[in-house]
Design a binder for this molecule. Structure first.
Ligand SMILES: Cc1ncc(COP(=O)(O)O)c(C=O)c1O
Length: 414
């Protein structure tokens, strides 16, 4: 019999041979960040830091001796000792910011998606999702009681229509079960946005009895799009057409955790059945304070200038990418991007080599390999931030261009 550790080694060796082995790395501090999801550059912002420290001090300086300050750790699940007034008020505050009737905090976006998709679909129900939906939704679906789980071609409304019709067979079936439709607003790898309005129009047309439920993950769009960074759904004014919106705090908000925005009954149901909420220790007080601080900064309009810096960086970087067209480098370099999106994709067959080349020159980008993206669609992912300078962006593009020429390594749309 092969020992367990030998099985582990064999699996890792196979990944190594395919250049697909994952490793933990620590980023050198002196690098220009073109990798993290800290789109607004809030994680190093003195603005957020001082709001956080002020809120932290206020929470722990108990004004009356009869009222002890809140504890650091939550001490348990929200259903036992881990709940607090602070968490409940935070949920109301965030729900208000996002124009939602209610919200439920989860320890991470991963937990939120697993909780939602594992418990909301009832036996026999149908889940239809974009083919590029996040891994956490797949985990939730694996645990769910839904009878049918089908994907549609990325961002294709016509394919969504085809899949809905296939999944529901006939008119009677279409109205006999709940149909959940899962999309993200800003996709993390290709940086494109869902055609949300068209999806809503299609769903409203096909489900006049309103038994279809849109679940929209705003993880990457939070902070980046919409008034004060409220997200794509609010930017489009369609939040009341969406059953659940999930916003995560670990990207632009420089914190951790997530909120599921929903109606109060759905919240009660999740509190009773979402195992990723029930069987885990609730967030600590400093985590809640960090989230509150980020939302206060956004609600006060203090991140608006960061949003507009980010957009002007995106416009600049796109125009520099366009300048490559028609030059000698254009046969060697291809960079995919989408309007207003901070996520760019540099396509090459050897993303690890290109990323290493950039990293060695103080430019932090990451190779994205299968299975994170489909085989054959590996790339170097470039994320822009509010805090990136033009000089940094120029340096990155020049480095990529130079690498392509030196290596005679065509970077193509694969
Ligand atoms: C679309 C999407 N949903 C959910 C998650 C998970 O969120 P979290 O990092 O808070 O677990 C991520 C990324 O991590 C994501 O990109």
């Amino acid at each position: 019999m092969v020992s367990l550790l030998d099985s582990f080694q064999t699996a890792l060796d196979k990944r190594e041979a395919r250049s697909a082995r994952r490793r933990l790395t620590v980023s050198p501090t002196a690098t220009a960040d073109f990798s993290s999801n800290d789109f607004l550059s809030l994680s190093r912002s003195p603005l957020l830091r001082s709001q956080f420290l002020q809120n932290l001090n206020a929470s722990y300086s108990s004004s009356s001796p009869s009222k002890p300050p809140p504890s650091l750790g939550s001490g348990g699940s929200r259903l036992l000792d881990g709940n607090s007034r602070y968490a409940e008020e935070l949920e109301k505050f965030i729900a208000g910011f996002h124009n939602a009737s209610d919200g439920l905090l989860f320890n991470s976006g991963f937990d939120a998606n697993v909780g939602v998709f594992s418990c909301l679909p009832q036996p026999g129900d149908i889940i239809i999702h974009d083919e590029l939906i996040h891994a956490s939704v797949h985990e939730g679906m694996r645990l769910s009681r839904a009878r049918v789980k089908m994907q549609f071609a990325h961002n294709s409304v016509s394919d969504l229509e085809r899949v809905i019709k296939k999944a529901t067979n006939d008119e009677a079936t279409r109205h006999a079960y709940n149909v959940f439709i899962a999309v993200e607003t800003l996709y993390s790898m290709d940086g494109d946005t869902a055609p949300l309005k068209d999806i809503i129009r299609l769903v409203e047309g096909l489900f006049p009895k309103k038994n279809a439920y849109l679940i929209v993950d705003e993880a990457h769009a939070t902070g980046v799009f919409g008034y004060n960074g409220a997200g794509v759904a609010q930017d489009l004014g369609v939040e009341d057409k969406i059953f659940i919106r999930t916003h995560t705090f670990g990207k632009s908000l420089a914190s951790q955790g997530a909120i599921v925005l929903c109606d109060s009954l759905t919240k009660e149901y999740l509190i009773n059945y979402a195992r990723t909420l029930i069987y885990t220790t609730a967030m600590s007080m400093p985590s809640l304070i960090a989230i509150r601080s980020a939302y206060e900064v956004m609600a006060e309009g203090k991140t608006r200038s960061l949003q507009s810096n980010l957009q002007s960086n995106i416009a600049y970087f796109q125009s520099r990418c366009d300048e490559l067209k028609g030059t000698i480098a254009s046969s060697l370099v291809h960079i995919d991007y989408n309007d207003r999106s901070p996520i760019f994709s540099v396509r090459t067959k050897v993303p690890r080599e290109l990323a290493r080349h950039c990293q060695e020159r103080g430019l932090l980008v990451r190779p994205i390999m299968a299975p994170t993206v489909p085989l054959g669609r590996e790339r170097v992912r470039v994320c822009l931030h509010a805090g990136n300078t033009r000089q940094e962006m120029d340096r990155l593009l020049n480095t990529i261009k130079q690498w392509a020429v030196e290596q005679h390594q065509p970077i193509s749309r694969l």
